[in-house]
Design a protein around this ligand. Structure first.
Ligand SMILES: [Zn+2]
Length: 334
């Protein structure tokens, strides 16, 4: 399985202290939760967050992650930390740094430089942009130009909530078919590029249903940082589709799930032994919660997960280190 949109930096968010004021809409969820968390990230926290996230991906039979990262106070080198953590566990990752001018013009420039540095050094990546509504037109143009120069796509949140309803208009003319457009809940006219649909996150943020079926065959599934269990995300994608259209078949959401292989093609050759016979996949899995990955064998023949446990890293140690990093992070947040 491939997770078409992830934020490995949010792996440690579970259990974080409650925000000072209760979020009441999409904007305040960003301000009270995610934008408070990301400013507190340092490279050590990012490392354990990515490591635990990669281990949990593998344990869910997910061997490929398309990650979107932001850490405004630890930009330089952050993509290497994520790539190294995933490599250590044995999970493939496509990294991007989500540029934004939320912390000023200089922050935007440093974010672009991190994307460029990482990709020019041979890292597997896309140019990341947080979202049009936190960037000037100049920064959007520069990010699109950098992506073209590097021969990679752009990975950007698009019209996730009402604050970004202008995204379609602002990105039209610069978007390209190799772009990954995340959410697109409020996008009225399609843009060139793939759509990453994140049903659980959209429900969790009460931003509405994206109706991804309207975008045709270019849809993939992501978790938006809430784990990497793609079978569960598929079930949610199906039932969200069904709640909007009672004639919806799980085969549509299954196609979105398998489209993820277009993002990281080598994952097609990895093999997963599941706790359930996946031969007649879509209808069976849609109504069978709790299917688990028992064994993962990489395309190279290496066993990465055995009896449900990662082979390259010590699960107990990763959990202990991640818990320690989480406690330090929570202290900074409280
Ligand atoms: Zn996201």
């Amino acid at each position: 399985m491939v997770c078409g949109h992830h934020h490995l930096y949010s792996t440690l968010a579970r259990g974080m202290p409650a925000p000072p004021t209760r979020p009441v809409d999409f904007r305040s969820i960003l301000e009270q939760i995610w934008w408070r968390l990301d400013v507190e990230l340092d490279l050590e926290t990012i490392r354990w967050s990515a490591m635990l996230g990669a281990v949990e991906a593998l344990m869910s039979g997910t061997t490929g992650i398309v990650d979107h990262h932001e850490s405004p106070n630890a930009i330089e080198g952050s993509l290497d930390v994520i790539a190294d953590a995933c490599a250590e566990v044995g999970v493939r990752v496509v990294c991007s740094y989500g540029v934004t001018e939320r912390h000023g013009v200089d922050g935007g420039r440093r974010g672009l430089a991190e994307n460029e540095r990482f990709i020019r050094a041979g890292g597997r990546g896309m140019v990341g942009v947080h979202a049009a509504f936190t960037c000037s037109d100049g920064l959007l143009d520069d990010a699109a130009g950098l992506a073209r120069d590097l021969g990679v796509g752009m990975h950007i949140h698009v019209a996730e909530g009402p604050d970004d309803r202008d995204a379609g208009r602002r990105l039209r003319g610069i978007a390209a078919p190799d772009w990954l457009l995340v959410h697109c809940v409020g996008l009225e006219e399609p843009l060139p590029g793939r759509i990453a649909h994140n049903p659980r996150s959209n429900m969790n943020n009460a931003v509405g249903y994206a109706r991804p079926a309207r975008f045709g065959e270019s849809v993939v599934l992501g978790t938006d940082g809430i784990g990497s269990d793609m079978l569960e995300e598929f079930r949610l994608a199906y039932v969200a589709h069904r709640s909007d259209d009672v004639t919806a078949s799980p085969e549509t959401a299954w196609a979105w799930l398998t489209n993820g292989h277009d993002l990281i093609p080598e994952c097609r050759d990895d093999s997963v032994t599941w706790s359930y016979d996946m031969a007649d996949s879509a209808w069976h899995v849609a109504f069978t919660p709790g299917v688990r990955a028992l064994r993962v064998e990489s395309a190279t023949g290496e066993v990465l997960l055995d009896n449900g446990r990662p082979t390259r890293v010590d699960l107990a140690e990763v959990r202990a280190k991640a818990a320690e990093a989480a406690q330090n992070l929570f202290r900074r947040l409280s």
